[in-house]
Design a protein around this ligand. Sequence first.
Ligand SMILES: C[S@@+](CC[C@H](N)C(=O)[O-])C[C@H]1O[C@@H](n2cnc3c(N)ncnc32)[C@H](O)[C@@H]1O
Length: 204
Amino acid sequence: MSISKWLFAQWYDVLNSIVEPKVIPYRHLTAGKSHGKTLEVGGGTGANLPYFQKTSSLTIVEPDVHMRNKLSQRVNHLNKDISIVKSFGETLPFEDNSFDSVVTTLVLCMVHDVEKVILEIYRVLKPGGIFFFYEHTVAESFYGKLLQQLLDPIWIFATTGCHLKRDILGAIKVSPFTKLEYDTFNLNVGIPITIPNIVGSVAK
Ligand SMILES: C[S@@+](CC[C@H](N)C(=O)[O-])C[C@H]1O[C@@H](n2cnc3c(N)ncnc32)[C@H](O)[C@@H]1O
């Protein structure tokens, strides 16, 4: 698993460079809107770093050592006070009511337990704090779901754990968060497959 994780960390930025121009608006709507004391869960190689412009402090949780190495290199070049923490979203090593904003982008598809991560994000947010998310999610149409079902095993293998057909919106809706605002849309990545996406925020 470690070699595949290493490979995924190496090709992640290459894959990202293909879709990144389409994804930038959603980084602005999540990382770009975060403010005050901010936590990013699953920071990967640091694709959101340029968009955290309104934060007073930034902590990034990333469990994977290979992703974390790339993230550290990027953070070092920025010369900004950013903490990188080795941990999982399911067990965030922070006190209750610690952050003004929490951000996830393309992470809830990969975690072991989506509900647990959302509850942890709720716990570490201050009352009134905002959780900003941008994720790909389960398709609405029958054929979209079928395609996701067929592609899921190979995609999980190729990405070391990214699930195509998770109902992220459903998981957020049953959480204790309030003031749900979101937009769903299909991300067209230039091949004849569109990817159902969700971007939005909820408040504690
Ligand atoms: C697809 S990448 C997204 C990276 C980055 N957020 C972005 O937008 O490019 C998913 C990241 O989530 C991390 N991850 C996987 N499981 C996790 C978990 N249980 N808790 C926190 N992060 C996790 C992975 O290591 C990976 O870096």
